[in-house]
Write a protein that binds this ligand. Structure first.
Ligand code: ATP
Ligand code: MG
Length: 158
């Protein structure tokens, strides 16, 4: 299997990748986003929202930990940046979202990786330059391998 990676040259490219994800995703999917401050996790999530047919601008839920938005599927946008310890994240009862009716997208998933579902698509976003980012897709499980391959296909053909 080749490397599942994409290069984004602009915030719009990242949103386009997100929109493709939003179109391909199904109920119960879990997407974990890792990357430094300003990498583009929220930007990608904005694209995902668009792809799900959600028109409200997606703010980072930093101050509320979780925001739920309604499109073709509910989008549970979770941001663990402000969490100090794993106990706090256990208290959030995130399983209700992970095993719920929508798509869960988790920023800063690495802060509580041990309580994330084992099957997921991890997307690592790396800074290349001011406007360029590398997105590495790391699927765990058959469903997510297929999703990752379809994201790459969708983006390559767009
Ligand atoms: N190719 C690109 N893809 C995504 N964002 C880009 C790109 N090039 C430049 N940017 C800029 O990088 C910033 C990404 O911000 P964003 O809030 O999405 O990051 P984040 O990973 O969510 O950060 P945080 O950890 O603070 O939540 C935006 O200002 C965006 O305009
Ligand atoms: Mg963010």
């Amino acid at each position: 299997m080749g490397e599942l990676e994409l290069i984004s040259q602009s915030p719009d490219d990242t949103k386009k990748i997100g929109a493709i994800i939003g179109e391909l995703t199904v109920q119960g999917d879990v997407l974990l986003l890792e990357g430094k401050l300003g990498a583009g996790k929220t930007c990608l999530t904005q694209g995902i929202a668009l792809g799900l047919g959600i028109d409200d601008y997606v703010l980072s839920p930093t101050f509320v930990i979780m925001r739920e938005l309604y499109g073709r599927l509910p989008l549970y946008h979770i941001d663990l940046y402000r969490l100090d310890n794993i106990e706090e994240s256990i208290d959030l009862g995130l399983d209700d979202y992970f095993y719920g009716d929508g798509l869960s997208v988790v920023e800063w998933a690495e802060k509580a990786i041990s309580i994330m579902p084992q099957r997921h698509l991890l997307i690592r976003i790396d800074y290349i330059s001011d406007t360029e980012r590398r997105l590495l897709l790391e699927p765990s499980g058959e469903r997510y391998l297929e999703l990752a391959q379809n994201i790459i296909k969708g983006y390559t053909n767009s």
